[in-house]
Design a protein around this ligand. Structure first.
Ligand SMILES: Cc1cc2nc3c(=O)[nH]c(=O)nc-3n(C[C@H](O)[C@H](O)[C@H](O)COP(=O)(O)O)c2cc1C
Ligand SMILES: Nc1ncnc2c1ncn2[C@@H]1O[C@H](COP(=O)(O)OP(=O)(O)O)[C@@H](O)[C@H]1O
Ligand SMILES: [Mg+2]
Length: 164
């Protein structure tokens, strides 16, 4: 697997609308462009890291990469659940994330309740991991602090790989 951390940003688009309605756990889905440019050596599965909407605050997050075997999606998705209560939706905004660590592979479940429980456990694991000093320091990374109007401050040798 690619050496983590992996920095990534892109537009938030509509998914199937199941996250909030069926699971009570909204996920901000990345555009197809971001999903297609995602490195193949970041395997499908569940990850934790930090996330920021636009120029907002940086919050803990959990990330799902894959085809959601419980729902048998045809297309791969990359979805971020930000561990924070937002007042409004933020479709169309730029989401910036850093993926830090792997939690588990994607699984099928015998019930919706079992899937929800597994995601809640992922959230607890992410919260614990992200409190560790070596993970906390990535919250302060320059990647999350962009000058007004800019979407990336990196140069061509971008260590964040913003240019793919
Ligand atoms: C932390 C986390 C773990 C997840 N684990 C699984 C999983 O093991 N199996 C699965 O089918 N879907 C998993 N999902 C994906 C959900 O099924 C998906 O987010 C949900 O269907 C919402 O999709 P939508 O954005 O298209 O509405 C996970 C999502 C998150 C945020
Ligand atoms: N804490 C949060 N984490 C992720 N998305 C959130 C959060 N709070 C609100 N949202 C909004 O909810 C949307 C995701 O809800 P979801 O039901 O998964 O819909 P979709 O299937 O369109 O992705 C996000 O695109 C975002 O606008
Ligand atoms: Mg979603």
């Amino acid at each position: 697997m690619r050496h983590l951390p992996y920095f990534c940003r892109g537009e938030v688009v509509k998914g199937f609308g199941r996250g909030s309605k069926e699971l009570g756990i909204p996920t901000a889905n990345f555009s197809e462009q971001v999903v297609e440019s995602f490195p193949s050596d970041i395997s499908t599965g569940i990850y934790y890291g930090w996330a920021c909407v636009g120029n907002g605050d940086v919050h803990k997050m959990v990330l799902s990469v894959g085809r959601n075997p419980f729902y048998k999606n045809i297309k791969k998705s990359v979805e971020t659940h930000i561990i924070h209560a937002f007042k409004d939706d933020f479709y169309g905004e730029i989401l910036s994330i850093v993926i830090i660590g792997y939690i588990r592979p994607e699984k099928n479940f015998s019930s919706l309740e079992a899937l929800i429980l597994a995601i809640q456990e992922d959230i607890e694991e992410a919260k614990r991991q992200l409190d560790l000093p070596e993970h906390l320091k990535l919250k302060e990374d320059n990647f999350f602090h962009l000058p007004e109007g800019k979407t990336c401050q990196c140069n061509d040798a971008c260590s964040h790989r913003c240019r793919g």
